[in-house]
Design a protein around this ligand. Sequence first.
Ligand SMILES: Nc1nc2c(c(=O)[nH]1)N[C@H]1C(S)=C(S)[C@@H](COP(=O)(O)OP(=O)(O)OC[C@H]3O[C@@H](n4cnc5c(=O)[nH]c(N)nc54)[C@H](O)[C@@H]3O)O[C@H]1N2
Ligand SMILES: Nc1nc2c(c(=O)[nH]1)N[C@H]1C(S)=C(S)[C@@H](COP(=O)(O)OP(=O)(O)OC[C@H]3O[C@@H](n4cnc5c(=O)[nH]c(N)nc54)[C@H](O)[C@@H]3O)O[C@H]1N2
Ligand code: SF4
Ligand SMILES: [Mo]
Length: 668
Amino acid sequence: MAEIRKAACPLNCWDSCGFNVTIAEGKVVKVEGDDTHPITRGKICGRGRMLEKRTNSTERLLHPLKKINGEFVEISWEQALGEIAEKLRTIKETVGTTAVLHSHDYANNGILKNLDQRFFNCYGGVTELYGSLCWGAGIEAQKWDFGNAYSHEPDDITNSKNIVIWGRNVARTNMHLYERLLEAKKQGTKLYVIDPLYNAIAKQADEFITVKPGMDGILAAGIMKEILRLGLEDRDFIERSTHGFTDLMKLLDGISLEKISEMTEVSCEAITQLAYVYSDRPTATYMGLGLQRYKNGGNTIRLIDALAAVSGNIGIPGGGANYANLQVGQSFAFDELTLSHRKQENRQFSIMKQAEEILKAADPAIQMIVVSCGNPLTQVPDTGVVKRAFSSVPTVVVLEQFMTDTALFADYVLPTTTAFEEEDFYYSSMYHHYINYGPKLITAPGEAKSDLWIWTQLAARLGFGEDFSFTRDEWLRMTLKPLQGAGITLEKLKDQHTLELPVEKVPWCHRKFQTPSGKFEFTSLLGERKGMNGLLTLAVPDESKWESPSLTKIYPYQLLTIHPMRSNHSQNYHLLGNNLKLKVEIASNIAEERGFSNGDYVRVWNDRGEVKGYISILSKAHPDTINIDEGIWKRFGGSVNQLTSSRESDNGLGSTLYDCVVNVEKVN
Ligand SMILES: Nc1nc2c(c(=O)[nH]1)N[C@H]1C(S)=C(S)[C@@H](COP(=O)(O)OP(=O)(O)OC[C@H]3O[C@@H](n4cnc5c(=O)[nH]c(N)nc54)[C@H](O)[C@@H]3O)O[C@H]1N2
Ligand SMILES: Nc1nc2c(c(=O)[nH]1)N[C@H]1C(S)=C(S)[C@@H](COP(=O)(O)OP(=O)(O)OC[C@H]3O[C@@H](n4cnc5c(=O)[nH]c(N)nc54)[C@H](O)[C@@H]3O)O[C@H]1N2
Ligand code: SF4
Ligand SMILES: [Mo]
């Protein structure tokens, strides 16, 4: 008999949806939305629904595998764990624990997925990754400006007079914001979208402003310049609650509106119009993560923050410079869970440059890579170098559900469970502040085991089993300890399935900022303390005609590599059927100039690599812009990261995945 149980979406996504999962005869047969969830209200996306297919797929990894003479053979858990533990012990005794690299990302939003860190800390401390391919530049930028990266609660949108969606592909990536935007529009709220691509939310906009990729910071500077020229700024906020305004004025005085218009490829009239929009308070800004994956990404977010501040939209209902909501993740007892004080040694590689660092590493060289919740062979920039790096390391261990491009490079593949096969709770620090309970609904197929089981088994073999001798309930209770005072307990979470965290719903409403000056900082003291330039600048992308004129002569087009519609990164391509064709989306001026038609087979290349696929012409994309969705497996055409650069953003913590120029030509 079929049964419907409440559960949660585990995927790395803005929305963190509540699920109703139908189970029959010990199998998940359907995944739908939980209509009692206060934010996601019964609606989920195709990626969520496809978790049924993911769980039941015949391609699931069912047994531990070891590569012998280039072929994978099934081995027992006993053998796999024994051999891996033995290698870890030898590494620790001979060259030191930092000869192990833990390569990971955040493929699963379960709180207990963070126990990988506890394992490596108790082992003695390994080489860890810092920074983020995803949102790193912008998070650091908001720490410089506000002291933290906080968003308004989703329902606050009803207080906005105007909403600016700045580089967030909401219809595709953040569907419950999309829903709320349509509702707000019906009530008369005006919607503005700034993006180089005419995406589905752009189609709903009262005004769509197309911008040259990577030039949003300069556009924000132009809007501020106009606000100040027209005397529309919030003087009270600027005088009482900010630091460094004279530096900002000096910056804005150094460039003309005409020059800004020329550089951003946005008309002066549109810039002036946006100045009026921002001063017609409250105006909310919802930034996406696309616009900060550039060399100048941190500065871009900082200039947009500055615009929200100058126009008086900080700390007021209906306003906000909404980028991420770290209040969510900061609610849990991470230190107790991960035991970071237990590491004795430590080395850090930038997540962007992990491959180059592996190839360079000495004292000690990398002897083993352990990959969990990540697929670096498709997701990390400059795939050619990533391949070389992973091939150069004696032992690669990958914890996976499927034989991904990364798993193919492994010496040991350890089969892991999907979310419905283990208990956890799920949260996202991107959008809303509710956590969802995910019970274990079914047993895992074959010999697949949870990551937690794998860490526990390895810990026992390495002599720190006690650090892992907790039940699931005990682990979950441990993470929720700081929330007890707010009445949030595991029992209540299990009973109600979704609980609201006690966060500030309109951040910064008290105008007390977490910066060194306690004010909003146009000039960042934190940036200066870190030895960087704390001033705002008019920086442009690295691979642009201003910074690299000779490069852009050879490679005249800007390549975006946005998130796919039907897959969370690389996670679903193998479930989409066999007729997948790699799509090269191009602005219409490129088609006209180069004589391309829809369906033409082309090669897109630069000095780092090439990708082949089929032309699809975007009639309204910004001129000279190309897009290839990220996440594509080798067997479906290959990752676009063969073309992207591993450079870091200005503040060192973000990627430059979209700061990339290419050329394109027809092939037979
Ligand atoms: N369907 C789907 N949804 C997802 C994901 C997925 O893989 N698939 N991934 C999830 C994750 S991990 C993340 S980080 C989020 C990301 O969510 P988003 O930030 O919405 O997605 P991105 O694809 O990173 O970038 C989105 C937008 O940025 C625009 N953009 C690119 N460059 C610029 C620029 O220079 N200026 C401006 N103004 N816009 C620019 C692109 O045209 C695109 O419309 O999505 C989450 N949701
Ligand atoms: N060119 C380009 N590259 C990008 C981006 C882009 O926009 N353009 N976006 C970047 C962004 S925003 C992000 S967040 C990253 C995402 O990068 P990743 O997190 O590496 O990408 P995913 O495809 O989600 O892959 C994660 C892998 O984890 C596995 N997995 C899922 N659940 C579990 C689990 O519970 N345990 C274990 N052990 N494994 C699990 C999945 O099967 C999958 O193969 O990619 C980045 N890379
Ligand atoms: S992927 Fe995102 S939108 Fe889709 S079901 Fe999961 S949390 Fe919801
Ligand atoms: Mo991401």
